[in-house]
Design a protein around this ligand. Sequence first.
Ligand SMILES: Cc1ncc(COP(=O)(O)O)c(C=O)c1O
Length: 388
Amino acid sequence: MQIAQRLTRIPPYLFMELRKKIAKAKAEGIDVISLAIGDPVEPTPESIIKELCRTAYDPENHRYPTDEEKGMFAFREEVARWYKERYGVTLDPANEVLGLIGSKEGCHHFILARVNPGDIVLMTDPGYPAYRASILMGGGEPYSMPILPETGYLPIFEDIPADVVKKATAMFLNYPNNPTGACANRDFFRRAVDFAKKNDIAICYDNPYSEVVFDSQERLSILSVEGAKEVAVELNSLSKPYNMTGWRIGMASGNPELIAGISKVKENTDSGIFNAVQFAGIHALRSETSNIEHMLRIYKARRELVLGTLKKIGIEFNPPKGTFYLWVPTPNGMSSIDFTNRLFEKTAVVVAAGTAYGKFGEGFIRISLTVPDARLKEAMARIEREFA
Ligand SMILES: Cc1ncc(COP(=O)(O)O)c(C=O)c1O
């Protein structure tokens, strides 16, 4: 069977490869601990599950969720309220908010809504691998902006060649950043918005970790700076703050033309989110703030445990303040892959090699804190035993 050319330039999805590696080792009887994947293990709060069950019994909710094209109005209203409360951002639920099947889906549909074949799309390196795949599937050309520790992992727009800027029509930004954990600030948002306005570039600000920040780091939305809605759409998600990765629910907010474009793609592709999931989402946004605080306490303790172990084996660094990942420099100038393999061989602990996120990820590994405490402790004990 011939497969479409648009797929041939897309590298295999990192986590699928990792899952295969882990499954193989487990089949050989090895007690593998994976710190590679960012997927909370704690369950979704019970009250959200109850709301799903309650609303799943209503036959009205068994029908296509398409009577309102941008998602249920009550869900969009709740998103607008949440954005006001959490980020001080005012959104019109009628035309500035759209329900999504997770922010990953939003990234893909943003490209289909905005990018013409041959357009350049700016993204960061290292960066979330799905951006590149979405750009390529949409016929765009990815251009990588390096993000490095010395510039706080923020891109330098002035370094992008003028001919690239001229052909660029869109840009992905993501802070708190996967994989580096870096956070942005309002000054950076202003520079990004100015750059985008000046060059007619639409920003897709992918913000699913907006709530996962530590040590007095402010929670931020790019939409909180003046003029952002003229050029930006922000994606967010219930996946991480409410432990709902499997539920597939998120939202896009901001520029009304981009929202309408993404909505048009969705109407013709997926027909929206199961209504009962949207009701559960409303409940989460309205009533489960305490889960966010609870998860932050858990991640903070795990961060400290990992940082303490790394220190004992001679890896010391100043970790950025966001996400549930730690972006860790490899010891003694080892390559990302060599260190990842060495860790696996000696301890059966799997981490993600920095180069899986782009060539500027060389010299780093990414450790995810979304594993049960006992397993993380066991992983750290093994690492300390082998490397201290
Ligand atoms: C940067 C980034 N964007 C989007 C996603 C996908 O989130 P969702 O579950 O909302 O689709 C992830 C998940 O790991 C991510 O790291």
